[in-house]
Design a protein around this ligand. Structure first.
Ligand SMILES: [Zn+2]
Length: 148
């Protein structure tokens, strides 16, 4: 279903659709349908890391509906306008889950509209409700300030 939507709907200009057998944008090394594609098409992501990766892939592909659906209702924005940026890669540094709470630390790299490469270093919090993981919020780590 998602592929149909990706290929037929009028999609925002710069966002690429993900091809089913292409390497997954999250950088896992698996093809998309064996990785984040499963969660994008409705199967609940089994771990905070899987959800975080699938949300990164959703940013790459412009799947704002998926991003909103996996955002905890208490912190989710009413609507989501995706940044017009080119995502360059994801590096998951740490992923932990204990009971129904989890955290994932990651660095996501992207190129902004002026062409400058940027890093987003974040520690995200996740919670599981009714068998599904949701993103709650994230703490941005300022690497430059930490380094100095
Ligand atoms: Zn993936």
């Amino acid at each position: 279903m998602i592929y149909e939507r990706l290929s037929h709907s009028a999609r925002p200009h710069t966002l690429p659709a993900i091809k089913a057998h292409a390497p997954c944008p999250c950088g896992s090394g698996d093809i998309y349908t064996d990785c984040c594609g499963q969660w994008h098409t409705g199967t609940p992501a089994p771990t905070p890391e899987a959800l975080m990766r699938s949300r990164y892939s959703a940013y790459v592909a412009g799947l704002s509906d998926y991003l909103l659906a996996t955002w905890h209702p208490s912190t989710a924005p009413g609507e989501l306008e995706l940044w017009p940026v080119k995502w360059l890669g994801l590096d998951v540094r740490r992923a932990e889950a204990e009971g129904d709470a989890g955290i994932v630390e990651f660095v996501a790299r992207h190129r902004d509209t002026s062409g400058r490469a940027q890093r987003l270093h974040e520690i995200s919090r996740f919670v599981r409700m009714d068998g599904r993981w949701y993103y709650i919020d994230g703490q941005i780590i300022d690497d430059e300030r930490e380094a100095s």
